[in-house]
Design a protein around this ligand. Structure first.
Ligand code: HEC
Ligand code: HEC
Ligand code: HEC
Ligand code: HEC
Length: 441
């Protein structure tokens, strides 16, 4: 995990992409009768050097045009299918009794975008991994149109291009793979076989891909402003809801061996820690003795973040969390359903929260405060606090550079999840709290 301390922003001018239109038109093949839904055309349809395959950013273009090169060279999504064929993927497959993970729907659903074969144009190949259309939408209808001189973003969207400028929609898309959505999941069985632990935060992960787009004046003219703090907060709300829905899904369909609950719905480190840590010596370790804790870290953080900004919602979330902690069986399942519904109902209010520098300061103070006050900090919470802060300290709200060193130290402490030690994390957080109080975000 790398802290995106520096986000380079340069400004490019607008020109049209007319050469590319010719290439795109060539790539669209005749419609087939198999499916009414638009077909996936494959990364090859985007990679021409006149389109998105320039070696370096093109001067005078409104987009960078080297998106394909960034994706192949630096973005792990490009290797998402390939890793299934390599040692790591093969070993997970072997432990699960899967001979060919690179052909197994259980892996392809995320590692190749899970494209329904009926919607795959002959040019599409799973080897593309998580390709352009996995995020931007199947391009059959818009591929040619989006290169036209008169093309506009809203017209492209009406033809099926995904609108990833909306924080809620972008979060839902990413989380469908980076958390799971029922049709694709990483259950504990996969972790036990060696799958890396998955975690997510919308703004941080968007920057880490790394971003193959640039939020400059031309971008904001076409697509509106990008405010990292807004993407973090709305992303957190969506992630909280999706995490709660996931817990609900697994409770209603018991499937794990020996009638056990699905372990990946709990905090990993409530089980995976050393007995020497003597949790029972704490006055309150935030759960019932001897029981693993449901991973509700994103809900807890959301409620903490909203303090003083939307007290009614923060209080309502706290009440639900308390009910969940105290209930069992069907009543617990019912409380989980209610929490998911609350989160869905309240997301629009969170989206409307106007974020200026003052609100950012409040959000940052709430985040460091929540970690400072917590009786016990689980790794899952600590990691969310750190990623949240890095979003708040970026962009127009804060000055990432002034927190670069402190955030660097925080991320260093988080590098080894199983060896996570609360004490240095608390110390680091306290230092950041002092700076936030003194200087703002
Ligand atoms: C719900 C989506 C999902 C499913 C299903 C899934 N994975 Fe993954 N996988 C991910 C994500 C997301 C990551 C990246 C995690 C991170 O680094 O944050 C990943 C990472 C990996 C990695 C590490 C890649 C690297 O760069 O080192 C391997 C190997 C892997 N998965 C194999 C598999 C195999 C084999 C299967 C099927 C048995 C599978 N995955 C199923 C989402 C999924
Ligand atoms: C994992 C998801 C993902 C993948 C894969 C992906 N993109 Fe993107 N792309 C985004 C997001 C998020 C944005 C930023 C939001 C936006 O501008 O729409 C973006 C923005 C863009 C932009 C807009 C820049 C602007 O100034 O308007 C272009 C062009 C683009 N991507 C092309 C590509 C191409 C070509 C590929 C494949 C080589 C690709 N993307 C793969 C998520 C993705
Ligand atoms: C179709 C499934 C899918 C979607 C949608 C998706 N991802 Fe991923 N993502 C993956 C997989 C699989 C990997 C692991 C690839 C590997 O390591 O080879 C991954 C890896 C990543 C990584 C690298 C993590 C690391 O350990 O370095 C980042 C960052 C990331 N994704 C961000 C995003 C963002 C942001 C979005 C939404 C704009 C998104 N992803 C959408 C499947 C997806
Ligand atoms: C309810 C307790 C519990 C929770 C919660 C839990 N695990 Fe496990 N985990 C186990 C048990 C039991 C095993 C199998 C026995 C063993 O290897 O210690 C195991 C095995 C594993 C292994 C294989 C270890 C090895 O050395 O082979 C990994 C990796 C793993 N879990 C990851 C996770 C992750 C990631 C999470 C959270 C998403 C998680 N676990 C949550 C109990 C748990």
């Amino acid at each position: 995990m790398v802290f995106p301390a520096i986000r380079i922003r340069t400004h490019l001018q607008t020109v049209t992409l007319f050469l590319c239109a010719i290439v795109a038109a060539f790539f669209i093949s005749a419609k087939s009768a198999q499916s009414d839904e638009p077909k996936f055309q494959g990364v090859g349809s985007c990679s021409s050097s006149n389109c998105h395959g320039a070696q370096s950013p093109r001067k005078g273009s409104r987009i960078l045009q080297n998106e394909y090169v960034t994706w192949t060279k630096h973005d792990k999504h490009a290797a998402a299918w390939r890793v299934l064929t390599e040692a790591g993927g093969r070993s997970i497959g072997r432990n699960l009794g899967i001979d060919h993970p690179e052909k197994a729907p259980e892996c392809l659903s995320c590692h190749a975008g899970g494209v329904d074969p009926a919607r795959a144009d002959p040019k599409y190949t799973v080897e593309d991994g998580v390709g352009c259309e996995s995020c931007h939408g199947a391009s059959e209808q818009w591929l040619s149109a989006h290169t036209a001189l008169e093309a506009t973003f809203s017209n492209n969207v009406s033809l099926g291009l995904s609108d990833l400028t909306d924080a809620k929609d972008r979060a839902s898309l990413c989380l469908s793979c980076h958390l799971g959505d029922g049709s694709r999941e990483v259950p504990h069985r996969l972790y036990g076989a060696g799958h890396p632990r998955i975690s997510f935060e919308l703004d941080t992960f968007s920057a880490l891909m790394p971003a193959h787009w640039q939020v400059d004046k031309d971008y904001t003219d076409r697509k509106g402003d990008y405010q990292p703090a807004h993407f973090w907060l709305v992303g957190l709300a969506v992630q909280a809801r999706e995490a709660v829905l996931r817990i609900g899904r697994y409770r209603s369909t018991p499937h794990a061996a020996h009638g056990l609950p699905e372990f990946s719905t709990f905090n990993c480190f409530s089980c995976h820690h050393s007995l020497e840590s003597r949790e029972f010596e704490r006055s309150n370790y935030g759960g019932k003795p001897g029981e693993p804790r449901l991973n509700l870290s994103t809900v807890e953080l959301l409620s903490a973040a909203l303090r003083g900004l939307n007290n009614d919602l923060a209080a309502a979330l706290d009440l639900r969390l308390k009910d969940i902690a105290e209930s069992e069986g069907e009543i617990l399942t019912d409380n989980i359903t209610k929490l998911a519904a609350d989160l869905a109902d309240q997301t629009p209010a969170i989206q409307q929260l106007k974020i200026d520098r003052k609100v950012c300061g409040k959000l940052a103070a709430n985040l460091v405060g929540s970690a400072d006050k917590a009786a016990k900090i689980y790794y899952e919470q600590a990691e969310q606090v750190a990623m949240g802060l890095s979003a708040l300290f970026s962009g127009p709200c804060g000055e990432a550079n002034s927190y670069g060193q402190q955030m660097g130290r925080l991320y260093k402490i988080l590098q080894a999840p199983s060896g996570f030690d609360e004490a240095p994390f608390r110390k680091s957080i306290k230092e950041i709290a002092v700076s936030v109080t003194k200087n703002g975000p």
